[in-house]
Design a protein around this ligand. Structure first.
Ligand SMILES: [Zn+2]
Length: 275
């Protein structure tokens, strides 16, 4: 990258620039890790594409704790395993606490801690970028729950904050990417999406550990998260005024006990790939 008054600077590009983008400016910033970052401000020539009136590819996504995302097309993506990164961060923090505050060693270690933080954040964001790209590019309409996500209440404080923050980031990414790709993004009221039966609408109480939706009223059974995703899609379609999903729950239900795609595969391949 050529910077005025500085000259050529070697950079690592985190993602490709769109072909039609024009660089309008660059912000160079030093992070607490001591690393330098350059953010490019781009301008693309076209307004975002029109959203289609006729919807052929629609999807409802349920975000959860055991599986990161389960969608109405039967894809379930497992939670991203960040335990190694977390462990490294905690170790660095422990080492920092043993150093004399303000000493050179302490200052070096402080940078290490900041770097570990950044590693963790980058890995999570990378995963969320790839997952949200997949949905925004492959569908005309993406329906999700508004972030008052139900499962949050059932989690202990720390993991609740963590999950809540990641979900918020995911939904924000999904929203602007859908906008960019010309897809509808609909956030629906989350109340009752897990309890309601996708086939008949009757609500049944289900604690978090019950992974199967089995309806006492109509006998319909499906994977718990799939059932929720279907309800989310129905609400999403109602909200944009296009009626019902093309297929009934019974035709498309994800059976219980379906194994999920490891999140690592999303990170490695950049898509959820069904094969
Ligand atoms: Zn039912």
């Amino acid at each position: 990258m050529y910077l005025n008054k500085i000259g050529d600077v070697p950079v690592v590009a985190h993602r490709d620039l769109p072909d039609d983008a024009e660089v309008k400016g660059v912000v160079v910033k030093r992070e607490p890790t001591g690393r330098w970052y350059a953010s490019l401000q781009l301008e693309t020539p076209d307004d975002p594409p029109e959203k289609p009136d006729e919807l052929t590819e629609t999807v409802g996504i349920d975000v959860g704790i055991l599986n990161y995302a389960t969608d109405t097309d039967g894809t379930a993506v497992g939670s991203l395993d960040l335990s190694d990164e977390r462990e490294r961060l905690e170790r660095a923090q422990r080492d920092l606490s043993r150093k004399e505050h303000g000493s050179n060693n302490w200052e070096d270690q402080r940078k290490t801690v900041a770097r570990r933080h950044a590693d963790l954040k980058r890995k999570r964001r990378d995963f969320l970028h790839k997952l949200s790209n997949y949905y925004a590019r492959n569908y005309d309409l993406v329906a999700v729950e508004d972030l008052d996500a139900k499962g949050l209440i059932e989690l202990p404080g720390n993991s609740r904050n963590r999950a809540g923050a990641a979900w918020g980031t995911f939904l924000r990414m999904l929203k602007y990417k859908c906008e960019r790709e010309g897809a509808h993004f609909v956030a629906v009221d989350p109340r009752g999406t897990t309890k309601e039966c996708a086939a008949c609408g009757v609500a049944t109480e289900k604690p978090l550990w019950v992974r199967e939706h089995s309806c006492p009223a109509c006998g319909f059974s499906a994977d718990r998260d799939w059932n929720a995703a279907y309800n989310i899609l129905v609400r999403g379609l109602e909200q944009v005024g296009t009626g019902c999903p093309e297929s009934t729950p019974a035709e498309t239900a994800l059976p219980t006990g379906t194994t999920s795609v490891p999140a690592q595969r999303v990170v490695e391949t950049g898509s959820q790939g069904k094969s």
